[in-house]
Design a binder for this molecule. Structure first.
Ligand SMILES: [Zn+2]
Length: 331
């Protein structure tokens, strides 16, 4: 006769692998993965990125060899980052919406090759401005908000016109969500293009490998006056609320792993929106490096990290592990 209380025994509920799966509120599936890819302006490029093991910069003419095997394995969506080396950069990021530029060319190419793949495009100016900042600047180097927002909205409309299913502003300028939604509507694209806001994007130390990949480090100063301070829970909550009010269709938190509390907050503040999180370059590089150092098994750690994001409330994950997950997941 056991003296234990009935309520003491939990293990009966998860002794079987299938019963362990049922403990999740949501399980990772291929449809939840969005793969960030770097498109450069040499159409033949296929260049490994040192700081991001396994990732490359691709030219438009090489996209078929790159994406064919992934689409075959069930790749559902990509987010494109333009990495121009040969363009003339200026103060307002003129090359961002060059119709012959890497992003617009890649949108057209991917649509033609894979009509069912969902194409999101990162929208920012830093890869295209001479100063490397994400908006237009006053003479003193501070952000000039209104023309920045106007210019970003133009770029978003150009990507949507080229056929992007989603535009995703990562610049963190105030008011850009409202301006983009309005500009998409005015262009007749309001009902044809999703607006995914990098709402709570923090000034993180984890963007280092991305800056090598995209060549997007600012030429002076930093981005602390527009990206959120890492300690700022309240600001993040206000930003999520503002962006839902301004017409964002999807909310994003970036980075993911050190900001799980923010993902959880966003899930409460915007419970009726899809919630994305970006497992950024430094998170990816850290997990890969830890596995190489023998700290843990790569696959186990990649799942544990992504499960923590789902547990916090994310419904969509931008991750460089997408190709591996397509192998690891059945659906
Ligand atoms: Zn930027």
């Amino acid at each position: 006769m056991s003296n234990m209380e009935i309520s003491s025994i939990l293990q009966g509920g998860y002794h079987h692998p299938l019963a362990r799966q049922w403990q999740a509120q949501r399980q990772l599936t291929k449809a939840m993965l969005m793969y960030p890819i770097f498109i450069t302006d040499d159409p033949q490029a296929n260049v490994p990125i040192q700081a991001l093991p396994g990732q490359r910069r691709w030219g438009v003419d090489r996209l078929k060899e790159f994406l064919d095997p992934l689409v075959l394995k069930g790749l559902k969506s990509v987010i494109l980052f333009g990495v121009p080396f040969n363009c003339q950069k200026d103060g307002r990021g003129t090359p961002a919406d060059d119709p012959e530029g890497p992003v617009i060319s890649a949108i057209r190419k991917i649509k033609e090759l894979y009509p069912s793949v969902y194409i999101a495009t990162d929208v920012c100016l830093c890869e295209y401005t001479s100063h490397g900042h994400c908006g237009l600047l006053h003479e003193d180097g501070t952000i000039d908000t209104e023309p920045s927002v106007e210019r970003l909205a133009q770029v978003a409309v150009a990507y949507a016109k080229a056929g992007a299913h989603c535009v995703a502003p990562s610049d963190m300028m105030d008011g850009r969500i409202r301006a983009m939604k309005r500009a998409l509507m005015d262009a007749g694209l309001g009902n044809k293009c999703t607006l995914m806001s990098y709402s709570a994007k923090f000034a993180s130390a984890l963007y280092g490998p991305f800056r090598e990949a995209a060549g997007s480090a600012p030429s002076f100063g930093d981005r602390k006056c527009y990206q959120l301070p890492p300690n700022a829970k309240g600001l993040a909550r206000r930003a999520v609320k503002r962006d839902t009010d301004e017409g964002a269709d999807i909310i994003m938190v970036k980075p993911a792993l050190p900001y799980l509390d923010i993902i959880s907050d966003a899930a409460q503040i915007a419970p009726d929106h899809p919630l994305a999180c970006y497992q950024v370059s430094g998170e990816y590089a850290m997990i890969v490096a830890g596995a190489e150092a023998g700290v843990y098994d790569l696959k186990t750690m990649a799942f544990e990290a992504c499960d923590s994001m789902l547990r916090a409330g994310a419904t969509l994950i931008l991750t460089y592990f997408t190709p591996q997950f397509l192998d690891w997941l059945e659906v």
